[in-house]
Design a protein around this ligand. Structure first.
Ligand code: HAS
Ligand code: CU
Length: 592
């Protein structure tokens, strides 16, 4: 593992030879492609975001309201699936190669999963964008939560399947690297970044079982016309089986950045490697058996099961609270290395002019608020107040929309020079960009939370009901709308600054000197972590047991009550008919 103590002589630093692109030129190419794909999705997704805020607040309407769901689906899918997950695969490939200090086993395989993910995105994208025109009979206005009764064109589901298989293969690639490394280093602890990748991927393998079952057994056959009904509660439950853990699939790479890169750019070292391992193990164990907290208001699931999901969710706060502690402690260590003193005065010694640092620190700060609104969501009774209101988008624009997105943008200013060898086009603009995101999101998410408490619904082009006035205790609806729109505009400006800065960097001249691609050693290293933490088989087994415990009874009772294919729904005659039809066509074709 390439490591260096922060206090060491910067022998390898600044000689321009130890950047990632110099160490792993072939991998740098794949990583670059994944980053660029991710940023294209960000740019397009952001435009739809602006259209929505201006539409909902009735300030400017670019589209007829009937098109709102198409816009919202494109916004959601491009940002929370394409932007985040392409970014993740880039960062994870970097983490594996850097921390194991070895190339991928077969670069063609790496390109293959990248290609499969891209193809999946293309298919799903075509289905979504076709919704904008009547020229083709195709649409996928199903929102990023694509469960029944909304139905998409089969191409949308096929695209998702290819995309997910792509991520599975990516995971296989990383596991293989680790396995080969382990044969050569049987007695060594798993390097921390690799440990984070592996635990995240095991969590992902478990979680995707739900969405795979939902798409392959129900939604895809249903949209192909092979079965004529589905059980909506069942597909919703299978969706949330995956739909909650996917939020940690976005968060865990951001956490990796807070654990690995933030201490480094703060000028210090990670406070504790063992605590970081505990956090990732807890996410692996607890991310999946909580999905029902998205269904507190769903009829057809007994209260007891909801209560269990709530209890598990409250336990799941622990890894984030541990993270808050460890990450702030590491920042403090960095600040003190830089001469910071006092109880709080050390904060001023941090490198606030560095966009990589400031972006991540502001993302963390906002996540403290986002985590808090998450705790409120998670309370079963208080959830009744906020569910399906604008409060929920307020919550997730702080979490995925800031903790994750702002961290990703901030670290891009470090990564893009590393994987291209080029000089960052403008550091001051980068700094303005991250601060602007923070300010824009403060306006937008605060307004969303407040609006939600008044009962303004989410996911509608026309939030104002006719003949009904929302009552505000402070301010007015007009003022909330204005803040929402102002926030949306600032976020758009911030995105434009980000994408332009990165695009110019990609074509910029070669950086004369780049920082070395090294990860400082933690203050308390893996030698202080109990060996059992690295026992991936054990954690996988426990994670599976918890999932079985949390889901068997609810799924069983949903199927018992509503039927596997919905009340009265019977898949088999349709399937048999379609097979018969296919055989007849084939026979006709052969005999002609
Ligand atoms: Fe959530 C709904 C509960 C975290 C995303 N969530 C959503 C939806 C999304 C989402 C997208 O229980 C909407 C889905 C839809 O369309 O319907 N969420 C939680 C809880 C947490 C949580 C308990 N959510 C996330 C994360 C997301 C995300 C992370 C994306 C990445 N969420 C819910 C519930 C719902 C929900 C219900 C359903 C609502 C409904 O009714 O529909 C927890 O994981 C949060 C724990 C976090 C903390 C904060 C710790 C603080 C830290 C900051 C450290 C500070 C630093 C900076 C580093 C306890 C780590 C220091 C800086 C200095 C300058 C010193
Ligand atoms: Cu959740």
């Amino acid at each position: 593992m390439s490591t260096a103590h922060a206090g060491d002589e910067p022998d390898a630093l600044d000689d321009g030879r130890n950047a990632y692109i110099d160490q792993f030129p072939a991998e740098a190419k794949v990583i670059r492609s994944a980053f660029y794909t991710s940023f294209i999705a960000l740019a397009i997704g952001a435009i739809f975001g602006l259209i929505q805020t201006l539409h909902r607040t009735d300030i400017v309407r670019f589209i007829p309201s009937e098109m709102y769901y198409t816009v919202l689906t494109a916004h959601g899918v491009l940002l929370v699936v394409t932007f985040t997950i392409f970014f993740l695969v880039a960062v994870f490939t970097w983490a594996i190669t850097t921390s194991l200090d070895r190339e991928v086993e077969d670069i063609r395989f790496t390109w293959a999963w990248y290609a499969l993910m891209s193809l999946g995105t293309l298919f799903a994208g075509i289905a979504i964008f076709a919704g904008f025109t009547d020229a083709v009979d195709m649409s996928a206005d199903v929102l990023f939560t694509f469960y029944a009764p909304l139905q998409a064109h089969p191409l949308f589901y096929i695209g998702l399947v290819l995309f997910v298989i792509g991520t599975w293969l990516a995971g296989a690639d990383w596991f293989r690297s680790w396995w080969m490394w382990k044969q050569e280093n049987p007695d060594e602890r798993i390097p921390l970044p690799t440990f984070m990748v592996l635990t995240t991927m095991i969590m992902w393998y478990v979680a995707t079982l739900g969405v795979a079952a939902s798409i392959l057994l129900f939604l895809l056959p249903w949209s192909l016309g092979l079965i004529d009904t589905v059980n909506p509660t069942l597909t919703r439950t299978l969706f949330w089986f995956w739909g909650h853990p996917v939020v940690y699939f976005w968060l865990m790479p951001a956490y990796m950045m807070w654990y690995v890169l933030l201490p480094k750019v703060s000028g210090g070292r990670l406070f504790s490697d063992p605590l970081a391992r505990v956090v990732f193990v807890l996410f692996l164990l607890l991310s999946t058996p909580v999905g029902i907290h998205h269904q507190y208001l769903d009829p057809g699931i007994a209260e007891g099961f909801k209560f269990i999901a709530m209890t598990n969710t409250m336990f799941l706060l622990l890894p984030s609270l541990l993270t808050a502690f460890t990450v702030v402690a590491s920042m403090e260590h960095g600040a003190r290395q830089r001469g910071g003193t006092g109880y709080f005065k050390w904060l001023t010694a941090l490198p606030w002019r560095d966009p990589v640092f400031t972006g991540m620190a502001l993302a963390g700060l906002m996540f403290a608020a986002g985590g808090f609104s998450g705790m409120i969501n998670a309370g079963m009774n208080i959830n009744y107040l906020v569910h399906n209101t604008l409060w929920v988008p307020g919550h997730f624009h702080l979490t995925v929309g800031t903790a994750v997105a702002l961290t990703f943008m901030a670290v891009s200013y470090w990564f893009i020079p590393q994987v291209t060898g080029r000089k960052l086009a403008s550091k001051p603009i980068a700094l303005v960009q991250v601060v602007l995101w923070f300010i824009g999101m403060t306006f937008m998410s605060n307004a969303m939370h407040r609006g939600g408490l008044l009962g303004i619904p989410r996911r509608t082009a026309e939030p104002q009901y006719e003949g009904f006035e929302f009552e505000t205790a402070v301010g007015s609806i007009a003022e909330i709308d204005l803040q929402l729109a102002l926030g949306g505009v600032l976020l758009t400006v911030s995105t434009i600054l980000f994408v332009t800065n990165i695009a110019i960097t990609a074509f910029n001249h070669r950086a004369p000197a780049l920082e070395a691609n090294e990860i400082p050693e933690p203050l308390s290293g893996p030698q202080d972590a109990p060996k059992v933490l690295d026992n991936l088989k054990l954690w996988t087994a426990i994670a599976l047991v918890l999932v079985v415990l949390a889901y068997t009874l609810p799924l069983g009772s949903i199927v018992e009550r509503g039927g596997l294919f919905g009340p009265g729904g019977d898949a088999f005659p349709m399937t048999v008919l379609s097979v018969e039809l296919a055989l007849e066509t084939l026979a006709g074709y052969l005999s002609s």
